[in-house]
Write a protein that binds this ligand. Structure first.
Ligand code: SF4
Length: 439
């Protein structure tokens, strides 16, 4: 169904919020998590009339500028984010830009990024540059300050990104002509982005437009000439959310794995949104507010999000046979429980442990956990993985740390893939394949 050509006029309430926050006339930049995800989230933001785009590609200057304002004690993602923001200020001028930096009240330093970047900007004389946030503390409801509708559009952006990333990673290792899958992925991101950024349309119309763009993407992926091969080991990729999603941060590890003969299943971004939603639920219960208005709003929001998720995944059912995500994030949390109980441990360490087990059940031949150097998530998971491996028939699991100075990545990935191949020959869990893999 073609979307109605709605009025391209900004909602006056949104306009007021943007004016109050000094965002009017500025272009909002988002860090890559991953690039396609940020592109689609930026598209969702453009649906309320604000110019928003992912940051331009990180480069050496990112690390140089980030290194100038950090001491080395901070997390690697922090250095990349602030380095990119400073690079964009230099390129585009302070009066033209604003930045979005997510935050969270977690067990780690992520909650400090926003304050540190704000302080750095202020010390550099950039007090006028807006730095806005979305936070998991309220299940991302705060983005509703800009428009309640945006919460729903942003969620669709997350789901669409996960679908397109899954399609890319299940196709690219098998393509006959190098570059086909990347090209389809990027074209699809742009087309889905156009659907998400439509202004003045109803939720129903936007959903129809996004579905239509995804359907076109599906058919393009299906048409890529490819030689599917069951001997290629499947590697689950989990870990710290920024570093695992940002290809500059992780030296494009997924591609390195593919070049060494593997196929990757990258943990999705939607998982994190469902996790923060479940956290929200548990917090309300712990505070005795299980039957509060806030709890009711959460339940309704969850139902709507779930319905949108099902609607967008529906057309991909056959393509994703064997690649299904858990029905509920609590499935992953329960799997993690014997090693890292989710009511005691928090954040990616719980999800990474649980998802590793989930992927083992799906027939993965190895797990890579991507972690920034000195990240507490990686340190904790590295401590529990030997127990997990023992219980999973010796499934190869390895934490790869990144700090911008990777020396032996090729060698290390090569060794890991050999371990995965050995495991693949003796594994007990049978992997399901979609029909296009053949018999
Ligand atoms: S998850 Fe790790 S890298 Fe990310 S903010 Fe927390 S400690 Fe830093």
């Amino acid at each position: 169904m073609a979307p109605a050509d709605g009025a391209k006029v900004m909602d006056p309430k949104v306009q007021k919020v943007l004016r109050e926050q000094g965002l009017e006339g500025r272009r909002l930049y988002l860090p890559h998590m991953p690039y396609g995800g940020s592109y689609l989230l930026a598209s969702a933001i453009r649906s309320i009339g604000m110019e928003a785009w992912p940051t331009t590609d990180s480069n050496e200057r990112t690390l140089e500028l980030g290194g100038r304002v950090t001491s080395g004690e901070e997390c690697y993602p922090q250095r990349i984010c602030i380095g990119d923001f400073l690079r964009i200020i230099e390129d585009e001028g302070r009066e033209n830009v604003a930045f979005l930096m997510p935050t969270a009240n977690g067990p780690c330093r992520f909650g400090q990024y926003l304050h540190l970047i704000r302080t750095t900007f202020d010390e550099m004389g950039y007090q006028d540059i807006p730095l806005i946030t979305i936070t998991s503390n309220d299940g991302y409801q705060s983005i509703g300050d800009y428009s309640i509708d945006l919460v729903r559009t942003a969620w669709r952006a997350v789901v669409a990104q996960d679908i397109l990333m899954k399609a890319l990673l299940k196709t690219r290792p098998y393509e006959r002509h190098k570059g086909d899958a990347d090209r389809v992925y990027l074209d699809s991101i742009v087309e889905v982005g156009e659907a998400l950024s439509l202004m003045g349309v109803s939720h129903r119309q936007r959903l129809a437009a996004v579905r239509a763009a995804l359907l076109k993407a599906r058919d393009r992926f299906r048409a890529i000439p490819a030689d599917y091969d069951r001997t290629r080991p499947l590697i689950g990729v989990v870990g710290e959310i920024f570093c695992r999603s940002n290809t500059f941060a992780n030296f494009d590890l997924v591609r390195v794995v593919e070049e060494h003969g593997g196929e990757c299943w990258l943990a999705d971004i939607g998982e994190w949104v469902w996790y923060t939603d479940d956290e929200h639920r548990r917090r309300l219960e712990a505070e005795g507010r299980k039957y509060s208005v806030e709890a009711a709003v959460r339940v309704i929001t969850t139902k709507i999000q779930r319905a949108d998720e099902h609607a967008l995944y529906r057309d991909w059912k056959d393509d994703f046979v064997g690649y299904e995500e858990p029905h509920d994030v609590r499935e992953v949390l329960r799997m993690s429980e014997p090693y890292l109980p989710y009511n005691g441990a928090l954040g990616e360490m719980v999800l990474s442990t649980g998802k590793s087990i989930y992927l083992y059940e799906k027939g993965a031949d190895g797990i890579i956990d991507i972690s920034p150097f000195s990240c507490m998530n990686g340190i904790v998971t590295q401590a529990v993985y030997p127990l997990v491996q023992r219980d999973l028939d010796g499934l190869p699991i390895r934490v790869f740390y990144f700090d911008g100075t990777q020396a032996d990545l090729e060698r290390d990935v090569g060794i890991f893939i050999e371990l995965a191949r050995t495991y693949q020959r003796r594994k007990k869990k049978v992997r399901r394949y979609p029909a296009y893999f053949g018999a």
